[in-house]
Design a protein around this ligand. Structure first.
Ligand SMILES: C[S@@+](CC[C@H](N)C(=O)[O-])C[C@H]1O[C@@H](n2cnc3c(N)ncnc32)[C@H](O)[C@@H]1O
Length: 336
């Protein structure tokens, strides 16, 4: 029985082996495996292509993104250049916007510009066309205010009053004439005027002769002038206040002598100087009674009027021309 069973098993096994190893069966299996491998190879190949396409796509995208960034940067840079180029025009047109405006329109910047423009060192002054106004105004945000009133408020009328008796055609030198319209007024009133100033005189008139000259260097025949006007000048002379040259403490006295020599006998000097406790500062002197007396040595004083300032806007004529410890301006007429 056992032997029968063993025989039976061997027979089955042999049959299975014969079938499994049959060339037809082997060919069939090989075909199936080849098919699988082929399919796998095809999928791998397709995957490789997809990867290559993706890489190319990424490269193209990166390149066009780079182009876009470069273009954007160029546009921005151009834009900034345009804005910078347009800025002066923008501010210029903003400034023009103030024309026709009201004081309440004044911004701090516009007020500052107007203050600068109308000042002693502003645009007009640098062009030699600033004429020191007796009444100043100051510009502030949203308003225009009264500024200080300076000594010209009394000096100019005093000069005109002092010269009133001179007949038309009289010859007058205005020493230190720049920054003032006085020479032009005198010329327009019929006087023959020499406007003497190292900075020249910017206003012209048929009756005005001018040229850049100091009083010391001015070529003028002695004893030829009917009058000399010297408004707020002598106190500066010799101190190089206007960069006119070498310093000389006695420059004021020398100027007084020179003016004396140019005047005809009995010719008229109209002089104004700062008055107060004696001081000699970087740019000007202030004369006390003693120094004023010395300055006028050799002259026959006809009149002296002392005017003091009680506040920024008020000048008051003193009853006597004694300076003492007060401060103001002395207005003098004297004869050579
Ligand atoms: C304070 S300003 C007075 C200007 C004018 N007289 C007025 O009433 O406004 C002084 C003037 O003196 C002039 N000056 C300075 N040195 C001078 C000199 N050596 N001879 C003549 N004028 C001089 C300056 O150029 C300046 O214009």
């Amino acid at each position: 029985m056992e032997r029968w069973r063993g025989g039976y098993r061997s027979t089955v096994l042999m049959g299975w082996l014969r079938r499994a190893l049959h060339p037809r069966e082997l060919a069939k299996q090989a075909k199936t495996e080849y098919g699988r491998a082929h399919a796998l190879a095809e999928r791998l190949s397709a995957g490789t292509e997809v990867l290559a396409e993706s890489a190319q796509f990424l490269e193209r995208t990166a390149s066009s993104a780079n182009d876009a960034v470069e273009k954007l940067a160029a546009v921005l840079a151009g834009g900034i250049e345009d804005v910078v180029a347009a800025t002066p025009r923008l501010s210029d047109s903003a400034l023009r916007g103030f024309v026709g405006g009201k004081p309440t329109d004044l911004t701090p910047g516009a007020a500052q510009l107007l203050d600068y423009a109308s000042g002693f060192d502003g645009f007009a002054a640098q062009a030699g066309l600033w004429f020191n106004p007796p009444v100043c105004v100051s510009y502030v945000e949203g308003d225009v205010r009264l500024g200080p009133v300076n000594e010209r408020i009394v000096e100019i009328p005093f000069v005109l009053g002092a010269l009133a008796a001179l007949p038309a055609g009289s010859v007058i030198a205005d020493v230190g004439a720049a920054e003032s319209t006085l020479s032009l007024s005198l010329a327009s009133l019929g006087y023959r005027v020499f406007a003497v100033d190292p900075r020249g005189y910017p206003l012209s008139h048929p009756n005005i002769t001018s040229g850049a000259a100091t009083l010391e260097s001015w070529e003028c025949e002695p004893a030829t002038l009917d009058a000399v006007v010297c408004v707020s000048v002598v106190e500066h002379l010799g101190l190089n206040a206007y960069g006119e040259g070498a310093e000389d403490d006695a420059g004021d006295a020398a100027a007084m002598q020179r003016m004396h020599s140019l005047l005809k006998p009995n010719g008229l000097l109209v002089l104004t100087v700062p008055a107060g406790p004696w001081a000699i500062e970087a740019n000007e002197r202030t004369y006390d009674d003693d120094h004023l007396t010395r300055l006028l040595h050799g002259w026959r004083v006809e009149s002296s009027v002392f005017v003091t300032r009680t506040d920024d806007g008020t000048w008051v004529r003193e009853p006597a021309s004694v300076i003492g410890d007060k401060r103001g301006v002395m207005l003098v007429t004297a004869r050579a």
